[in-house]
Design a protein around this ligand. Structure first.
Ligand code: ZN
Length: 467
């Protein structure tokens, strides 16, 4: 709590609050994201955190309006990361804001994050708009290797209400009353259910049926035992990693993925199936590309400038331990083909990074993911869509993700046109979020504050947490 309070104090003092005051950005080039176009030299008027007017030469008659000169600059909707893990660290929120990310989704929930989400929307806490999935819902076999055998066997047969194994994992058995669990999750305010890889067919099916009955989305892994067609029939809404689709194309996996065969014959059919059933796919390909980048050049990987924001203990731990040294690099080509097929078939592709703060730094990875999407076949405009309007779509919301009147004024001011060069998403000179304006100095100060905080409050984010 202290940590949250001190951060709130630090940040509130350093930003330009326009709050009840209105804000006018003059003479800026707007990239509205409704279609691939730019609006050159427009004014945009913001009031109470909403976009109230977009036009040429908007006149103001009040001195109390905060005016920002947008000459030579570009305005895009705030970016999104729809797959991240906090591991109970609210400083992550500031890393996102400093990177122009104004909507995020925690893919493993706990009560604390629901509180953050509420406080952020009430403007009692500073951060991007926050969505929270349930804890990871997994079969009890998930903890088999970590507990005594007898205890495990008793759990497996237990008809009791499911239990938490650490706050972000929710364990179930065949006997679990999924309906009761879903009702509780919904009552607590979680946005969607997050099934995980060890669920059995029966557990997953019962979860989906209960979710459908209570109108909750199922946004998860595709459990290893569940065929994609079954998951679709039972009502899956979203795949939280593009890589969940890989087993549709691998054959002969008994001797590991490096020795398996890959056959992409059915790729278009799979993509069409997802499209026809309205299933979104969250990307998170930065993870896979990072495994390869690290294996190729360890030194360069850990020398990236943003690495300094990791907790020192965490940084040293992951530098010394590589769990992915035999990662099957050839998968990257498969993922590229999957991405292209999804895009070609107009599947709703949503940007996510799966950032954990272990060997990746929240917020910075959003820009890496966007750039990777372009490198692997999307146009800059399509890549930006995944991080803006497509994210809003997967949340079933239509008042953010575009620059449009009566939409939320969560915006990023850039020094270059990202449609010309996607690397320009990193040239951030201003962020507007939830009624606050942060100029370049504010953003730099925010990053420095987080750096200092993490140096002075060192912590190891452990592999057990990082699932
Ligand atoms: Zn994840």
């Amino acid at each position: 709590m202290n940590r949250i309070l001190s951060l709130i104090l630090l940040t509130v003092l350093t930003v330009h609050l326009y709050g009840q005051k209105d804000c006018l950005i003059k003479n800026i080039t707007i990239i509205p994201m409704d279609e691939e176009r730019i609006l050159s030299n427009y004014d945009i008027y913001l009031s109470n955190g909403m976009i109230s007017k977009i036009g040429k030469n908007i006149a103001i008659n009040s001195e109390s309006v905060l005016t920002i000169d947008g000459s030579g600059k570009y305005l895009i909707p705030g970016l999104s990361d729809m797959h991240l893990h906090f591991w109970n660290d609210s400083t992550v929120l500031g890393l996102y804001l400093a990177n122009g990310v104004t909507s995020i989704r925690s893919a493993s929930g706990r009560q604390e994050y629901l509180n953050w989400s509420k406080n952020i929307s009430n403007n009692q806490m500073e951060g991007p708009m926050l969505f929270v999935t349930t804890p990871l819902i997994n079969d009890v076999s998930f903890i088999k290797d970590f507990i005594p055998k007898e205890f495990y066997n008793s759990l497996k047969k237990s008809k009791d209400v499911p239990q938490y194994a650490g706050e972000e994992v929710f364990l179930v058995t065949d006997f679990t009353n999924m309906e009761e669990s879903v009702v509780n999750f919904q009552k607590n305010g979680y946005n969607s259910l997050k099934p995980y890889s060890s669920l059995t067919q029966k557990e997953f099916k019962n979860l989906c049926i209960a979710a459908n009955n209570y109108g909750m989305d199922v946004t998860g892994h595709l459990p290893r035992q569940v065929p994609l067609d079954s998951a679709i029939n039972w009502g899956l809404n979203e795949l939280m990693h593009l890589e969940e689709l890989r087993f549709e194309f691998y054959n002969n996996t008994e001797n590991g993925l490096n020795n398996a065969t890959i056959d992409t014959t059915g790729l278009d059919a799979v993509a069409k199936k997802l499209k026809n059933n309205n299933i979104s796919v969250t990307t998170t390909i930065i993870c896979n590309w990072s495994f390869v980048a690290r294996n190729k050049d360890e030194e360069a990987f850990f020398s990236k400038p943003e690495m300094k924001y990791l907790y020192p203990e965490t940084f040293s731990f992951y530098k010394a331990n590589n769990e992915h040294s035999d990662y099957p690099e050839r998968e990257l080509e498969l993922f590229k083909q999957i991405l292209i097929a999804l895009n070609k078939n107009d599947v709703n592709i949503v940007l996510g990074t799966d950032s954990q703060g272990m060997k990746d730094v929240h917020g910075f990875t959003v820009h890496d993911e966007i750039a990777l999407l372009v490198e692997n076949g999307l146009t800059p405009f399509e890549a930006l869509e995944t991080a803006t309007v497509n994210a809003a779509k997967t949340m079933g919301q239509n008042n953010w993700g575009l620059i449009k009147e009566n939409y939320r004024a969560n915006l990023v001011i850039l020094e270059g046109n990202p449609l010309d060069n996607i690397e320009n998403t990193k040239k951030i000179v201003g962020v507007l979020n939830n009624g606050y304006y942060y100029d370049k100095d504010d953003l730099t100060k925010k990053l420095n504050d987080i750096y200092n905080y993490r140096q002075n409050n060192d912590r190891l984010i452990t592999p057990m947490e990082g699932r």
